[in-house]
Design a protein around this ligand. Structure first.
Ligand code: MG
Length: 309
């Protein structure tokens, strides 16, 4: 039996999750929500995380019914992400590691998303579409690494949606992407009325259809290249039901299977870091205290993926 606690705070969510051998015992999270028209800045986001990280940690332990002594390893997000929020979480992980006398493990955030998606859906060897506020990558596993087959090099799709929402002053609560999705649905319902005017709902609809079509096409090309019959969608934008629907249509046409999760596991959370940590810890990895730094840039294919027995 191996119990891992995971700390995530690379962007505007602070999450702490506890995993025991493939079972999510707890996964509380808080989101830093800014007013419409405003993004989240690193310094303010770090202050938010500092203010609630201890409460979220206590909540994770209480919900799981776990005492610190029972934990085998403390996993934290090493990167990629925003500097100040990452530092905040790494300091908490380092401090608890010394207080509780438990080993540390620095985790690649992107690998956390993939491993959580695999755990929840049971996908075995999928082509992965990882689409979030910080990253948009099409990934497949080959020879001990998750290889990147395609990615946006200008802006992540989630960031594109966030910025679009800021221009239109769409609410950031619970997230800009969620509100764009709801507005796009209203457009789809009203389209038949054909009033002739272009509404914010029209723009939301068009943006989603255009951007998601590009993602589905690129994913299909990677599947054809790899001979893959599974797609796994992870990352915050991955819980968008329209994206899942478009991907499902492509998969159906190819005779492939689609795997996706809901907002609990798609959006940044502590359990995904705990799960990647669980796998790495079981494979014999730990991070020495003096190596427990963070990095804003940390690519998915930098990590050697090894399997424990
Ligand atoms: Mg993420």
């Amino acid at each position: 039996m191996t119990i891992v606690i995971g700390f995530e705070g690379s962007a505007n969510k602070i999450g702490v999750g506890i995993i025991k051998d493939g079972v999510v015992l707890s996964n509380p999270r808080r989101t830093y929500i800014t007013p419409p028209g405003q993004g989240f800045l690193p310094r303010d986001t770090a202050k938010h995380h500092q203010a609630c990280v201890l409460d979220v940690t206590s909540e994770a332990l209480d919900l799981a019914g776990i005492k610190p002594q029972e934990i085998d390893c403390i996993a934290y997000t090493k990167g990629p992400g925003m500097g100040a929020p990452l530092v905040c979480v790494a300091i908490v992980a380092r401090t608890l590691s010394q207080l509780w006398k438990k080993p540390l493990l620095g985790i690649n955030h992107c690998i956390g998303h993939i491993e959580m998606g695999r755990l929840i859906t049971g996908a075995i060897n999928p082509t992965v579409l990882y689409v979030s506020g910080g990253n948009t990558q099409v990934i497949a596993y080959s020879e001990r690494r998750y290889r990147i087959f395609g990615e946006t090099i200008d802006i992540a799709v989630g960031n594109c949606l966030d910025r679009f929402a800021r221009v239109l002053k769409i609410s950031n609560d619970p997230s800009p992407g969620f509100n764009i999705e709801q507005m796009a649905k209203r457009e789809a319902a009203h389209r038949m009325l054909a009033t002739g005017d272009c509404t914010p709902e029209d723009l939301c609809f068009s943006l989603q259809e255009t951007v998601f079509a590009m993602l589905v096409e690129t994913t299909e090309r990677a599947m054809a290249h790899c001979g893959s019959e599974e797609v796994l969608i992870v990352g915050g934008v991955g819980c968008n039901l329209r994206l899942q629907e478009m991907m499902a249509a492509m998969c159906e046409a190819r005779g492939a299977k689609i795997f996706a999760t809901d907002e609990r596991f798609c959006i940044d959370n502590g359990a995904m870091i705990a799960q990647a940590g669980w796998e790495m810890f079981r494979a014999g990895h730990v991070t020495a205290l003096e190596d427990s730094w963070i990095t804003q840039r940390y690519r998915t294919d930098e990590v050697e993926v090894t399997c424990g027995s």
